[in-house]
Write a protein that binds this ligand. Structure first.
Ligand SMILES: NC(=O)c1ccc[n+]([C@@H]2O[C@H](COP(=O)([O-])OP(=O)(O)OC[C@H]3O[C@@H](n4cnc5c(N)ncnc54)[C@H](O)[C@@H]3O)[C@@H](O)[C@H]2O)c1
Length: 315
């Protein structure tokens, strides 16, 4: 898959202990990449990173799979980030580390901006320093969110040229991360031979191994296991649902195309990076309560009710 770009490739993944980062690490290793993960610890207990025993995965990998280095450090700190990047000398970087909860972003906006905005600045700054020494990666994919857009409360699917914004600190921090990336691309990475830098904007994902707080399917599983009704925030809200591996395949295609196009400069649109939405078709755009009803049916019984307080579904 992915034109064999990832076989034996040195890939740096921030946020590798999270839900998406764990899946991405496993997939990259399966593709034969040598992965260096840079992250704080898993954000929940239990979590996919430990459940899938990714920390010791190398011993169980088949012949031909890649190697894995598990680094635990903070994207808000430049020194360890520099050391890790110098050690890993990555050819491709996926930046996923973030404070990902909308509700927590209301409680801790400063932490959210430090992590999601200055974390992006720190990463791009260290990539810039590596590139100046001739050891920079060829491709960088910064994972933001479809919440980065100015929320116009309409049902139209956002396109990449829509205005950026975000009501809450999490959403706006992802919009800021987009702006930071665009400025670095235009100011520092627009010369031949420099890293190709793109952003990837996906929406709510679902899939195995998600124990995340304030995420609708984990909330359903927790409530129904405990024999209590699922409390559903924003039941009438419409979301573009997709499986976690769908969005990750988009990130992997983007990384592969940046890497290949940077080599031959064949397709300027991809080669110049830019911003890319990854979403499902219109058939997957359904309300939260429809998804909950499907879940309850598949579970074999149970109830749901609107939550007393209306809160936005975080991602
Ligand atoms: N899960 C979704 O539905 C969804 C939707 C859209 C966008 N995203 C984006 O995808 C990315 C991954 O999401 P996820 O669902 O895997 O999130 P997650 O909360 O499961 O994982 C977050 C990861 O970031 C790391 N992290 C947090 N703060 C850090 C810091 N200061 N320094 C280093 N590492 C830090 C955590 O340790 C963890 O590895 C995030 O950027 C998120 O905003 C997720």
């Amino acid at each position: 898959m992915f034109g064999d770009v990832y076989a034996h490739r040195r890939v740096f993944v921030t946020g590798h202990t999270g839900f998406k980062g764990s899946w991405l690490t496993l997939w990259l290793l399966d593709l034969g990449a040598n992965v260096t993960g840079y992250s704080l610890g898993p954000p929940t207990e239990p979590n996919l990173f430990e459940a899938a025993r990714i920390g010791t995965v190398e011993a169980r990998l088949p012949m031909g799979a890649g190697r894995f280095t598990d680094l635990r450090a903070d994207v808000r700190e430049r020194h360890p980030l520099r050391q890790a990047l110098e050690m890993a000398a990555p050819e491709i970087v996926f930046h996923l580390a973030a404070q990902t909860l909308v509700r927590r972003s209301h409680a801790e906006p400063h932490l959210t901006y430090q992590t999601n905005v200055m974390g992006t600045v720190n990463l791009l700054e260290e990539v810039r320093a590596l590139a100046a020494s001739g050891r920079g990666p060829r491709a960088v994919v910064n994972v933001t969110s479809d919440k980065c857009y100015e929320n116009q409360e309409t049902s139209h699917a956002y396109v990449e040229s829509d205005p950026l914004g975000g009501f809450d600190p999490y959403s706006s921090s992802k919009g800021c991360s987009e702006l930071v990336t665009a400025a670095y691309r235009q100011s520092f990475f627009n010369a031949p031979g420099m890293p190709r830098v793109a952003t990837a904007r996906a929406g709510n994902v679902i899939g195995g191994g998600d124990w995340g707080e304030d995420r609708i399917l984990p909330d359903c599983a927790r409530a129904l296991s405990a024999g209590v009704p699922v409390e559903v925030r924003s039941p009438g809200a419409v979301r573009p649902w997709q499986h976690v591996l769908e969005s990750l395949s988009g990130y992997l295609w983007l990384g592969a195309n940046l890497w290949r196009r940077a080599a031959d400069d064949a397709d300027e649109e991809v080669a110049s990076g830019g911003a890319w939405n990854f979403g499902p078709g219109p058939e997957a755009t359904v309300t939260v309560h429809e998804v909950v009803e499907h879940f309850v049916t598949a579970w074999g019984g149970g109830e749901w009710r609107p939550a007393p307080e209306a809160a936005e579904q975080p991602q």
